[in-house]
Design a protein around this ligand. Structure first.
Ligand SMILES: *Cc1c(COP(=O)(O)O)cnc(C)c1O
Length: 428
């Protein structure tokens, strides 16, 4: 499977039916699984055998789809979660605990910013935020004795900054911790962070992977490349006995390639229960089957819209990494040579009120708390997703009040631009 190109993996990876089995991924709509003896079941509970016993821990439909995403990212193991929020929380909490510290890019999704800076703080986990384009010295200065992970987004939602993955990975590794990258916006079609040194990749599959606005979901992929045992003192959860699992040492029993996802499943999913429903996993898989066909169209429409917006006198600036002259264009050329995504951010000169008036005048692009699906939509983060942030935090996160996030769908680009054109006329 690893020899196939990404497009082929979108179709073929994960589920391989034997003779007489369903051609499409079956939806295993069952909470529980049958065994003949309690010994057989006991071996599963002891993690001595692998198999299914309760859908909160594992379900075949989910595993087929997780395996496809892991193959696409070039990882060794993967799992699905109920949402992207759960994926990022699990990925971090799998290696952090009370007293740990995280280095994170400040340019990240509002929900993740809140998760890390507010909710995880209540768990005793500290964070230091750095600019996505900070210097190596600034990055190094953010690390502490108790740092356990570095976190960033390949392309940040909604600021559209591009993470210098190689630089962040090098810094993380020199400080003995893994780099976790949320790769939601580019998807593995446009960037595979593991190839640039990332250790763990997360996704909100709610976005392009599903691609049709049908199902909320998340995914975590492990590269299997981080040597937990070499930094055993930092990651006791993986390298010392888990008393809640009969004293298993994950990194010993499941090795470097199995430890992270096995612990995340058998401990965090067991205790937090943020499982993706098999129905949603099925819908996600339908989306994945066309991901490689859809992403280039999203990028084509995004670039056309960005070029158009840049010409408009009412626009203060446009952020779109594929645009010549964008602050992150050089990084985009390196990490996203085939295009970034369909999301374009632009700031209207008239601030919050101009953004509101502009969006009201759009006929086709709907105002939605969503991005990255087949229908063009838009959002003013200051009055919606990021309304819990102060103006200062908004500015710090690169999201001023007049910013509009336009998510270009799969329509014809001429119609997207005509819709924008009419809204600009209405602004005057
Ligand atoms: C949407 C999003 C999330 C959160 O995902 P949900 O599926 O909505 O929980 C996390 N990271 C990024 C980059 C996102 O765009």
């Amino acid at each position: 499977m690893s020899d196939y190109k990404e497009g082929t993996k979108c179709i073929q990876a994960g589920y391989k039916p034997a003779g007489g089995q369903p051609r499409q991924v079956p939806i295993v709509q069952s909470t529980t699984f049958h065994y003949d003896t309690s010994e057989a079941m006991g071996r599963l509970f002891d993690l001595e055998d692998s198999g299914y016993f309760y859908t909160r821990l594992q379900n075949p439909t989910n595993d087929y789809v997780a395996a496809k995403i892991a193959a696409l990212e070039g990882g060794c193991a993967g799992m699905l979660t109920s949402s992207g929020q759960a994926a990022n929380f699990f990925a971090l909490f799998n290696i952090c605990e009370c007293g740990s510290h995280i280095v994170a890019s400040s340019s990240i999704y509002g929900g993740t910013f809140n998760l890390i800076s507010v909710t995880m703080a209540k768990m005793g986990i500290e964070v230091t935020f750095v600019e996505p384009d900070c210097s190596r010295q600034e990055l190094d200065a953010a690390f502490k004795e108790n740092t356990r992970a570095v976190f960033g987004e390949t392309i940040a939602n909604p600021a559209l900054t591009v993470l210098d993955i190689e630089k962040f990975a090098q810094a993380a590794h020199e400080h003995g911790v893994p780099l976790i990258v949320d790769n939601t916006f580019p998807t593995p079609i446009n960037c595979r962070p593991i190839e640039w040194g990332a250790d763990i990749v997360t996704h909100s599959t709610t976005k392009y992977m599903d691609g049709h606005g049908a199902a909320v979901g998340g995914a975590i992929v492990d590269s299997g490349k981080f040597d937990w045992m070499a930094h055993a003192d930092k990651f006791p959860g993986l390298t010392s006995p888990d008393e809640s699992y009969h004293g298993i040492v994950y990194a010993e029993k499941f090795g470097q390639e199995g430890a992270f996802i096995t612990k995340c499943t058998s401990q965090l999913m067991r205790d937090f229960g943020s499982i993706q429903s098999p129905q949603n996993a099925y819908l996600l898989n339908l989306g994945l089957e066309s991901l490689h066909v859809r992403m280039p169209r999203h990028c084509e429409n995004g670039l056309a819209a960005a070029r158009f917006l840049k010409e408009q006198p009412q626009v203060e600036y446009v952020s779109y990494p594929d645009l010549e002259g964008d602050r992150f264009h050089e990084l985009a050329k390196k990490y996203l040579p085939g295009g970034s995504c369909g999301v374009v951010s632009f700031c209207l000169k008239g601030g919050r009120s101009a953004a509101e008036r502009f969006m009201k005048s759009l006929k086709m692009a709907a105002i939605e708390t969503h991005v990255a699906d087949s229908r063009t939509c838009c959002l003013n983060p200051a009055t919606s997703t990021h309304r819990q942030l102060t103006d200062e935090q908004l500015q710090e996160a690169g999201i001023p009040a007049g910013l509009v996030r336009l998510s270009c769908g799969l329509e014809d680009k001429e119609d997207i631009i005509a819709d924008l054109e009419a809204a600009f006329s209405a602004l005057d």
